[in-house]
Every structure is written in structure tokens, then in C-alpha cells.
Design a protein around this ligand. Structure first.
Ligand SMILES: NC(=O)c1ccc[n+]([C@@H]2O[C@H](COP(=O)([O-])OP(=O)(O)OC[C@H]3O[C@@H](n4cnc5c(N)ncnc54)[C@H](OP(=O)(O)O)[C@@H]3O)[C@@H](O)[C@H]2O)c1
Length: 188
């Protein structure tokens, strides 16, 4: 499989990239990777997909958001999550659905705080919830058999790694569509 991994240089991205090395993997980041592209930019997105062809799957492990006590949160901090995690992944789907091969797969990233939030996580939680909702809705309209799912991990140190990788493999290799795969939610 030819797989584009956005955010491959990050904590989760490194684990996923290493686990999928039997495939042909193309890594992407703003400042690192085989191709450098900022997925929040529609122009950069189109330019990225013109540099690659015959992609079977896209995995996104990129996206920033801001956390902090609710009384100290302001618009700029909430907007980071929208502009750096939610919109870039929607942008990736909008472009990716045009360039992926038939029956391809797109896997986004959300996070446990979207469903089981802790205090101080509102800036992260609302973005994760929005990504999950986007995936469930948009998956119904993906063209040419392309599937769209999200991985919602707990802290990666909590999840070990095997469950996380199994979740990505499930998105790549099975027929699931519109699923939010929860990883490591209830570990002690
Ligand atoms: N780590 C965890 O325990 C955990 C748990 C639950 C959820 N998550 C979520 O998983 C995602 C990844 O977490 P992480 O800890 O792996 O993050 P990370 O270590 O900061 O890595 C993020 C990677 O994404 C790339 N990136 C960021 N914005 C980008 C953009 N606009 N365009 C292209 N590449 C971009 C970065 O590379 P450049 O700097 O080169 O752009 C970096 O390699 C986050 O959304 C996080 O909320 C993480």
C-alpha cells in the first residue's frame, strides 16, 4: 500500500510510521518529512497531492490545540484548536478525497478528551468532539468507495503502542467507515 502520513515526525506519527514500514510510506510535516506541507493551507494541500500519485491511504497524526483552566481560556486559545487541528484535517479530507485511489482510506486523529474530558481540557475536548462528528457525517458522502475514520487515543504512554497500531491497521485493512476507534480509554 502507498500511504501518506501527515505528522509522521511526531510522537504518534513516529510509532505509526515505524509500524507500517512494510508499506511504501511518504511522510509529511510542516518542517520535517519526505514532503513539507502545512495541511491548514488549501494551496499547500493541492500542491502536496500534485507531488504524489496513486495513494491508497492517508493517515493524519498532526494537529495542535491549547489547554488550560476554563476561566483563563480566550478566543485566541480556542481558535488554535480550530485552525491547527480541526480545519487542517477537514482540509485534508476535502483535497484527499479528490486524489486518493478508489476504495482508499483516510484516518484522522481526535483524542480521548473529546469524550472523557478532564478539567482544563476544554480547548482540546471541543476540537476532538468536532473531529469525531465531522468523520461520522462526512464518511457518508465520501466518493468512489473512499473510507473515512478517526483514531481517538488516550495518552500514548498509557496505550503502550500495540492497541494504537492495531487501530490504524484496522482502518487501513478492513471495510470500516465512519468509525471512531477509541484506544486506551479505560486502562489503569
Ligand atoms: N501524544 C498523545 O499522547 C496524544 C493522545 C491523544 C491525542 N493526541 C493527538 O494526536 C495528535 C498528534 O499528537 P502528537 O503528540 O503525536 O503530536 P506532536 O508530537 O506534536 O506531532 C505532531 C506532528 O504533526 C506535524 N504537524 C503539525 N501541524 C501540522 C500541519 N499543519 N501540517 C503538517 N504537519 C503538521 C508536526 O511536524 P512539523 O512540526 O514538522 O509540522 C509533528 O511532526 C494531536 O492532535 C494530539 O492532540 C495525542
Amino acid at each position: 500500500m502507498k500511504i501518506l502520513i501527515i505528522g509522521a515526525g511526531g510522537t504518534i506519527g513516529k510509532k505509526v510510521t515505524a509500524a507500517l514500514k512494510a508499506h511504501e510510506v511518504i511522510t509529511v510535516g510542516r518542517n520535517t518529512g519526505d514532503i513539507m506541507a502545512d495541511i491548514s493551507s488549501p494551496t499547500a494541500m493541492e500542491s502536496l497531492f500534485k507531488q504524489v500519485s496513486d495513494i491508497d491511504a492517508i493517515i493524519c497524526t498532526a494537529g495542535d490545540s491549547v489547554t488550560g483552566p476554563l476561566p483563563e481560556m480566550n478566543k485566541a486559545q480556542f481558535m488554535v484548536g480550530i485552525e491547527q487541528k480541526l480545519w487542517p484535517q477537514i482540509n485534508l479530507v476535502l483535497s484527499g478525497m479528490k486524489y486518493l485511489k478508489d476504495n482508499g482510506s483516510i484516518t484522522l486523529i481526535s483524542g480521548k478528551m473529546g469524550e472523557l474530558p478532564a478539567k482544563g481540557s476544554s480547548g482540546k475536548a471541543f476540537v476532538n468532539g468536532a473531529i469525531n462528528s465531522f468523520v461520522m457525517a462526512a464518511a457518508q458522502e465520501m466518493p468512489r468507495g473512499i473510507r473515512l475514520n478517526a483514531i481517538s487515543p488516550s495518552k500514548v504512554s498509557d496505550t503502550g503502542g500495540d492497541e494504537l497500531i492495531a487501530a490504524y491497521v484496522r482502518c487501513l485493512e478492513t471495510a470500516i467507515n465512519g468509525e471512531i476507534i477509541r484506544v486506551g480509554y479505560y486502562k489503569q
